[in-house]
Design a binder for this molecule. Structure first.
Ligand code: HEC
Ligand code: HEC
Ligand code: HEC
Ligand code: HEC
Ligand code: HEC
Length: 224
């Protein structure tokens, strides 16, 4: 993955459902936030710009306003990419919310021009690597019974004003393997040879839910 073309295209195609959900969320937000707590241009000016075309703060959205990560990054649990939200999803709220702010006006200009926002990509692995988000978000084993949290890999994004790499080794082969090798059964499975059903060696290849453990160290797991 080197650009966001795919994610914006797909979500842009079906604005109706996100718009409805966003409008609902907006109603809840409006209800939850105390009157007069709106952000001012001065407060906005304190948010650093980063390399992005619009000053977008995860701290303001994910923490202050409690919007769940996967409300915006909807593909994370069902596809290889997590994706960035479409302009339509943003506008579900920003047709009504903070319309007076200069950065929100920029957002509605993209909406009027029907153009995707050219977000600068921060996390990227080379195209010869296969990284499936959904396999991580839905993982189920002894170490990660409820999936791997976004923050485990991406750091404290929820409190970042500007998204940045939290770890200099992010996305390197050694970084992937360091985690994979800590998952129970990884090494045993690697060494296992075909065994009779029920044997100790074969059972080490099963997760607590009885499914086979994926092979997490083979070259072909991550390279096509
Ligand atoms: C209101 C929508 C929204 C919410 C909620 C949200 N994000 Fe984002 N996220 C974005 C947008 C827009 C971008 C692209 C601009 C940027 O990098 O700031 C982005 C970028 C990112 C990136 C960097 C992508 C890249 O280019 O490498 C990561 C990682 C990320 N978000 C993780 C999270 C996590 C984790 C949460 C929950 C704690 C979260 N996001 C909540 C909208 C959202
Ligand atoms: C569920 C509702 C919701 C969605 C969806 C949403 N926002 Fe916001 N946004 C808010 C709220 C609430 C604020 C804070 C407004 C205030 O305090 O006046 C905000 C603030 C902002 C601001 C002011 C600076 C900042 O980031 O705090 C910008 C710019 C912004 N949003 C851009 C976006 C973009 C771009 C998207 C789509 C990727 C988006 N928003 C999606 C609710 C939303
Ligand atoms: C096991 C580590 C890991 C976890 C957990 C993880 N990510 Fe990622 N994320 C990555 C890697 C690696 C990339 C670069 C992928 C690529 O270039 O194909 C990435 C890229 C991204 C991007 C850039 C766009 C894209 O889809 O490639 C976003 C946005 C993102 N992640 C958000 C999230 C969110 C939100 C969560 C939680 C729901 C999450 N990630 C969980 C490792 C992780
Ligand atoms: C923080 C820990 C962690 C990191 C970092 C991590 N992974 Fe994983 N990976 C997991 C877990 C957990 C699973 C799911 C194992 C299961 O289903 O039991 C998984 C599964 C996978 C799978 C699916 C294997 C299959 O055949 O089902 C692939 C492919 C993969 N990871 C690639 C990568 C790549 C490439 C990187 C680095 C860019 C990476 N992972 C980084 C924890 C991690
Ligand atoms: C858990 C995932 C994973 C596994 C398993 C894996 N790799 Fe990688 N590999 C990566 C990632 C991510 C990169 C790109 C980042 C980097 O260059 O370190 C990479 C990069 C490479 C490169 C390019 C290095 C460079 O400097 O350009 C080669 C060659 C390679 N891997 C060979 C292998 C071989 C051979 C195996 C099996 C013994 C293997 N990989 C197993 C994730 C993996």
């Amino acid at each position: 993955m080197t650009d966001y073309g795919c994610a914006t295209g797909r979500s842009g195609g079906a604005p109706a459902a996100p718009l409805f959900a966003a409008a609902l969320a907006f109603a809840l937000l409006a209800w939850a936030s105390p009157a007069g707590a709106q952000m001012t241009e001065e407060q906005l000016a304190r948010i650093p710009a980063g390399p992005q075309p619009i000053k977008f703060s995860h701290q303001v959205h994910a923490t202050d306003n409690q919007i769940p990560c996967q409300y915006c990054h909807v593909y994370a649990r069902r596809s290889n990419v997590a994706g960035v939200p479409s302009v339509a999803l943003c506008m579900g709220c920003h047709q009504f919310v903070a319309t007076q702010l200069s950065e929100v006006k920029k957002l509605s200009e993209y909406w009027q021009k029907k153009e995707p926002i050219p977000w600068v990509r921060i996390h990227d692995v080379p195209d010869f690597v296969r990284f499936p988000h959904y396999r991580h978000v839905n993982a189920k084993n002894e170490t990660y019974p409820n999936g791997v949290l976004c923050q485990t890999c991406h750091g404290p994004v929820d409190t970042m004003q500007v998204v940045q790499l939290a770890d200099a080794n992010f996305g390197l082969m050694g970084w992937c393997l360091a985690c994979h090798l800590k998952i129970p059964g990884t090494l045993e499975r690697k060494r296992a040879t075909p065994e009779a059903p029920g044997s100790a060696k074969l059972m080490s290849g099963l997760r607590p839910d009885g499914r086979h453990r994926p092979n997490l160290t083979d070259c072909l797991t991550c390279h096509k």
